[in-house]
Every structure is written in C-alpha cells, then in structure tokens.
Design a protein around this ligand. Structure first.
Ligand code: HEC
Length: 247
C-alpha cells in the first residue's frame, strides 16, 4: 500500500524563465492557476507532491510577487524529466476527484480573534512554508488529517516530529528561544541539528526569514492544540552530531 506520495519518484520541474524548458512562456494567469489549483500550462492536473494544497491558500498578490522574482532568475535550459505517476494517481479522474475533496476552496484569511503576529505566523506556516505537509499525518487517501494537525508523520523515512505543544511527545517543553533558534538556524542546544526535509526547509528557505517572522511562526505554533503522538518524541543522544546537510 502506498502510504505517502512524497516517497514516490516525482521530479520537480524547471521554474527558471527559460523559454523552451522553463516557465518563460507561461502567462501570469497560468502561473497563478498552477499554484492555486494544481493545473499545468496545458491544463493537465499536476501531481500533489507539488504542495498546491498549501499554495492554494496564498494570496494572489504574493503568487504574482513570486512569479516576478522567478522571472528575474537566470534562465537554465534543462528539460523536465517525465513523472511516472503511480496508480491511482495516473488516472486523471482520480486526481480531479482528489482535488475536489481536498483542495482548499478559499485563500488564507486573517482571524480577527488573533493579533497581527499570530496571523503572520499562521500565513507562513499554513500557506508559504506548508509545515503540515510533512508534520501532519495523512489519511488513506493521502490527504492531511486536520484532526491530527502537526501531530507528526514519517516523510521520506525521516520522522517529522510532533510539533504541537504536547510536553512529552511534542515540543511543549522547548522554550520559545529554542524553537526560534532551531527554525532559523537548524540547531538548538540540546535538540541537535535538523536533518532530512527539515534540514532542506531551513537551509533553502526558513533561514532567510526575518526574526519577526520566525517569532510569528513560533507564536502561531504555540497555539496549535496539543496532541499526543504515537511517534516517539525526539531525544537526541548525540546532540553534537550533524545528521544532514544543513547550513
Ligand atoms: C519537507 C518536510 C518538512 C517541512 C516542510 C517542515 N518540516 Fe519540520 N521537520 C521535518 C523532519 C523530517 C524533522 C526531523 C528532523 C531531524 O530528525 O533532524 C523536522 C523537525 C522539526 C522540528 C524539531 C522537532 C523535534 O522534536 O526535534 C521542529 C520544531 C519543526 N520541524 C518545525 C517545523 C515548522 C514550524 C515547519 C514549517 C515552518 C516545518 N517544520 C516544516 C520535516 C519538515
């Protein structure tokens, strides 16, 4: 049984402005449609390893800002490899039905019940940094289980730990400063170094966030309802050992 579509071989595509092999000829509308609805330039449904269930939440202005940035990158000629979709995702109607069931139907909206920092953290975690894509367990249909938000899952053979505020199986015992240090640098005293997908997330993206954004993320995380998890909590016996390629 296929338990996690991220472990299926899928190739990410060339998003440089190259005219032939990149997205140089895409219109802005096609780019927005890809991120918001998981649809490729020629109308094809894209495989959900591209985290469009999170990107669907992005505000359109932010998608256009990403597009504007990408279009200033150096074009690279590099043809895309063919994705071999595995059953049942190779059946077009399955992807369509899956999207109808699991795609958010609206963009992210601020909550009036919370302050600006919480809302910023919520937008970063849910839409841009898609923490739940790895940290929320999936159901048999490969969709994240909202009732188990951030309770931990296994991704590409790595444990993406419980990041709710449960003090035994989650990160409830971490101080805010420890969480902030971990998210911005991939290291926190007594918690070791981030490896696997987390190492990449920090190295390629989170370490570029401002300290206000890191604090906002941490604040938002602290308000996620605590969940106990079946995954053993992370106890690092060799905190000095580097586990993966991170900064
Ligand atoms: C691509 C998958 C992926 C994404 C996206 C991701 N994480 Fe992780 N995360 C992991 C993995 C895997 C680990 C375990 C790393 C290790 O063992 O070194 C981890 C570890 C962590 C830890 C340490 C937990 C512990 O008990 O040691 C925290 C905190 C964390 N992630 C928070 C976040 C937040 C917040 C986000 C979003 C901003 C996020 N992660 C996005 C995969 C991911």
């Amino acid at each position: 049984m296929l338990s996690n579509f991220r472990s299926v071989r899928s190739y990410s595509t060339n998003i440089t402005p190259d005219q032939e092999t990149g997205i140089g000829r895409w219109s802005d509308a096609q780019f927005v449609r890809a991120l918001h609805r998981g649809i490729g330039r020629n109308g094809e449904d894209l495989y959900p390893a591209f985290p469009y269930t999170a990107y669907a939440l992005l505000l359109t202005d932010d998608v256009l800002a990403i597009r504007a940035y990408l279009s200033t990158l150096q074009p690279v000629t590099s043809p895309n490899a063919d994705n071999t979709l595995v059953f049942p995702f190779n059946q077009r109607y399955v992807l369509r039905a899956w999207k109808l069931l699991f795609m958010p139907t609206r963009q992210w909206e601020p909550s009036a019940a919370h302050d600006a920092a919480w809302n910023r953290g919520s937008y970063l975690a849910e839409a841009l940094a898609h923490c739940g894509d790895c940290h929320t367990p999936r159901n048999l249909m490969f969709a994240t289980k909202s009732s188990r938000k951030y309770a931990g899952a296994v991704v590409d053979g790595w444990k993406a730990y419980n990041i709710t505020s449960d003090s035994e199986t989650g990160i409830g015992a971490w101080s805010d400063a420890e969480i902030e240090q971990y998210l911005s640098s991939g290291h926190a005293p007594a918690h070791g170094s981030a490896g696997g997908g987390m190492g990449e997330a920090i190295d390629l993206s989170l370490r570029h966030l401002s300290s206000e954004d890191i604090a906002a993320l941490t604040r938002y995380l602290s308000t996620i309802p605590a969940q106990r998890s079946e995954l053993a909590a992370h106890i690092d016996h060799h905190p000095a050992t580097l586990k993966g390629a991170t900064a």
